[in-house]
Design a protein around this ligand. Structure first.
Ligand SMILES: Nc1nc2c(ncn2[C@@H]2O[C@H](COP(=O)(O)OP(=O)(O)OP(=O)(O)O)[C@@H](O)[C@H]2O)c(=O)[nH]1
Ligand SMILES: [Mg+2]
Length: 254
């Protein structure tokens, strides 16, 4: 099993998170995907990898966003035949001690989402604004796309390798939060089993969030566009069905 951890300026957080993953699930390998963080996170990762054979680092030349980092990490893991790939933030928001619950749920699912917004899920130390933004965003996704999921923007997830192979990752263009929505939406559309497991999300102690207005707007316009095209496809399909029913009933009248 491979835990993929994208990093951009997480020098103060990375060591603790990697140590906690390796302690909580000793069988887990870790892949840090660093976009040449100016604060030296890549060097921290190299040091961790030198000390532990189960820690690996993928250095990328420049900051290309969370989505691109994860896609590179998945490609790395799939080409090495890992059967389970996990997404986890480096900032301490995702508790490695909860990972076994996600992995356990994956026995009955193709994709498991760590969820803040199902019963039992929690958020610690968030401002009211962040809370409203996350809940509002998730409600919008649920209504626009018609998916029965409570937390599609979260980034603590476990995928079967086969699930990732079925999501056609080659044409994923989404970057920020939207990347997470995109993958969950693809899984739902392909009829895969997606389960949400409650997690306790803890706001980062060190470093800065990379969430920005641009990331929120990207999610908003992409989700809206997907919702609109999904609805019009469905309408076209049901009109098409209606047409063939008309034809067959007129045939039978003849
Ligand atoms: N490699 C890489 N990692 C990134 C990039 N942007 C964010 N990350 C990492 O992705 C993870 C999530 O980013 P955060 O800044 O915590 O953003 P967030 O979790 O969406 O927002 P908060 O809830 O405010 O923490 C962290 O481990 C970041 O270091 C990027 O462009 N490249
Ligand atoms: Mg975070």
């Amino acid at each position: 099993m491979l835990v993929t951890i994208p990093t951009y300026n997480e020098a103060q957080n990375l060591e603790g998170v990697v140590r906690r993953v390796r302690t909580a699930v000793p069988a887990a390998d870790v892949l840090v995907i660093d976009d040449s963080s100016p604060d030296g996170t890549g060097d921290v990762a190299d040091r961790l990898a030198e000390r532990d054979d189960q820690v690996h680092v993928l250095h990328r030349l420049d900051k290309q966003g969370l989505g691109a980092a994860y896609l590179a990490g998945f490609e790395w893991g799939l080409s090495r035949d890992y059967e389970v790939l996990v997404e986890m933030d480096a900032d301490g928001s995702h508790q490695p001690e909860e990972l076994h619950r996600l992995l356990h749920a994956l026995n009955q699912a193709d994709l498991v989402l760590g969820s803040r917004w199902v019963t039992g899920g929690r958020v610690q130390n968030w401002s009211r604004t962040r809370m409203v933004l996350s809940r509002g965003g998730n409600t919008y996704v649920r209504l626009a796309l018609g998916v029965p999921l409570r937390d599609t923007t979260g980034g603590y997830r476990a995928f079967r390798a086969d699930t990732l192979r079925r999501l056609d990752l080659g044409d994923v263009a989404s970057q920020g939060y939207c990347f997470q929505v995109d993958l969950a939406w693809r899984a739902c559309r392909r009829g895969l089993r997606v389960i949400e497991v409650p997690i306790t999300f803890v706001e980062r102690e060190f470093g800065r969030s990379k969430m920005s207005r641009a990331i929120v707007l990207e999610a908003l316009w992409r989700v809206t566009a997907w919702g609109v095209s999904h609805r019009s496809r469905r309408q076209r399909r049901s009109r098409g069905l209606g047409l063939s029913e008309d034809i067959s009933s007129s045939d039978s009248r003849r």
